[in-house]
Write a protein that binds this ligand. Structure first.
Ligand code: GLU
Length: 484
């Protein structure tokens, strides 16, 4: 393959969507695999909905994922004059025409067609205006749009999609469509054709929602006499929730990359996860491997292995992958990522306890934001009911006995020795033996007294992490509670 040039072309009308991130990744993988180029183009011609803040979010999120472009991003609004020039040429060649129809008239026309069960499309009313009529309208200060004139004998438009094979549409179903709006700004897919051509884009890899635009774009390529130099197209399957519903912000689904970032997913994990939305390396077999480093993704990527059916967003799988990458981090790396967004108010300066808590809860974390939930009792004295102090196979009096004996024994341990797990472990074992109790009568109430939870790290680990003073304070509090 000649070195491909591909692009991701987000519209800054929202934060970077996870689906757009997947499209960016597939373009990136395709470029890297084939030693080509990967570009970013901001398609900001929808002035009403585009904002600089969204653009910033998109570029920052792409960077965070490691999907920065090989050149500086381009912006369509900075290139308006270029698109206009091409539209004017089309007007001169009579392949496009001014349309003076008002929005109200067009709306009325549309309504009528729908009520007659006809596919709504432009009637072609302004297609054959005389020079004189055009002049008259212009004098009336009407701001025209420019429409592409679709050749009457065009027949069927077909293209070969790299994922879906041949896709066809009858040209007669597409009405003459607007390429330049009345304010002089192009429709994004007109600007897109010109940019793709001038940037020598070899492959357009994008979401399947653009399939219908492709037919219009082919007509634009042909009008501009670039029909023989069209890029290849590949339309990626959409992404659905596990229940096959559409992902939607309104339903509370996370849809933007910045939300996943905030929740504490790691870029490596997200990249690994979204790479498998709609694609699975055939060489790896259908089931099985789910963990891939970026370099592996690059070397395995094949656009023709992307599926047609919708990809299912399996959050459990994302959590699993994220947990895996979290555990590969060193404790220091994890600390720097948790710090400070994932710490609750007032925890920031408790450096020593943060470090110990990380060591103890790391294995249970699926994402960075789990930390504050899993580790809150390291920072704040837990509040709990008496019952939690009693092991299921024990009873109140045995637990009372175990707890009070443990307190006495632990008090004897020197502060220096408190840092040694084996010393604490031995002390608790001795209590069991001496008092003729079961492990559960001692270890359970101590653990529950320190964490206030059914499940937590072992009592020895908690005693070590909380230190002698705090541990004994909590244990005495628990003894008071159980004696009530
Ligand atoms: N701007 C379009 C979008 O955000 C992409 C168009 C294209 O890739 O050709 O969906």
């Amino acid at each position: 393959m000649i070195k491909p040039i591909v692009r991701i072309a987000p519209s800054p009308t929202g934060k970077l969507h996870i689906g757009t991130a997947r499209t960016a990744l597939f373009n990136y993988l395709f470029a890297r695999k084939n030693k080509g180029k990967y570009l970013i183009r901001i398609e900001d011609t929808d002035a009403k909905r585009s904002t600089k803040n969204y653009e910033k979010d998109i570029l920052n999120s792409l960077k965070w994922l490691g999907l920065e472009g090989d050149d500086e991003p381009t912006r369509q609004m900075e290139r308006i004059e270029i698109y206009k020039k091409y539209a004017e040429n089309l007007l001169k060649e009579k392949k496009a025409y001014y349309c003076f129809c008002s929005i109200e008239k067009l709306e009325e026309e549309r309504r009528k067609q729908i009520s007659k069960k006809q596919p709504p499309r432009y009637s072609g009313k302004c297609r054959n205006l005389s020079e004189k009529e055009i002049e008259t309208y212009q004098k009336e200060d009407r701001e025209p749009t420019i429409r592409l004139k679709i050749p009457e004998d065009r027949g069927t438009i077909a293209f070969n999609d790299l994922i879906r094979g041949e896709i066809k549409e009858r040209a007669s179903l597409i009405g003459d469509f607007v390429i330049i709006k009345s304010d002089g700004v192009p429709i994004f897919f007109f600007a897109g054709v010109i940019d793709d051509h001038l940037q020598k884009i070899s492959h357009v890899i994008r979401g399947e929602d653009h399939i219908s635009n492709t037919f219009s774009q082919i007509l634009i390529y042909e009008a501009l006499k670039w029909g023989k130099k069209m890029p290849e197209f590949a339309h990626l399957p959409m992404i659905l929730n596990a229940d096959r519903s559409k992902m939607s912000k309104r339903k509370g689904d996370f849809v933007s990359v910045s939300e996943f970032k905030k929740e504490g997913y790691l870029p490596k994990a997200l990249v690994n996860f979204i790479a498998l939305l709609g694609w699975h390396p055939r060489k790896e077999g259908k089931e099985g491997k789910e963990l891939y480093r970026s370099e592996e993704l690059i070397s395995l990527f094949d656009i023709e292995e992307v599926g047609k059916s919708p990809a299912i967003f399996d959050k459990q799988k994302l959590d699993y992958i994220n947990g895996y990458y979290l555990r590969k981090l060193s404790d220091d790396e994890l600390k720097s990522l948790i710090y400070p967004e994932h710490l609750a108010e007032g925890w920031q300066d408790k450096d020593k306890i943060i470090e110990k808590a990380i060591i103890l809860v790391k294995d249970r974390m699926k994402k960075l934001s789990d930390f504050s939930e899993l580790a809150d009792y390291f920072f704040e004295k837990p509040v709990y009911d008496q019952e939690i102090l009693i092991f299921k196979k024990s009873d109140k009096s045995l637990s009372q006995k175990g707890l009070s004996a443990a307190i006495l024994k632990l008090k004897e341990i020197d502060k220096k020795d408190w840092q040694r797990h084996e010393v604490i472990q031995k002390a608790l074992e001795e209590v069991v033996k001496k008092e003729k109790l079961n492990n559960g009568d001692v270890f359970w109430p101590v653990r529950a007294a320190l964490s206030g939870r059914e499940a937590s790290p072992s009592p020895v680990e908690l005693l070590w992490a909380l230190g002698k003073n705090e541990s004994l304070k909590r244990l005495s509090g628990a003894l008071e509670l159980i004696n009530k």
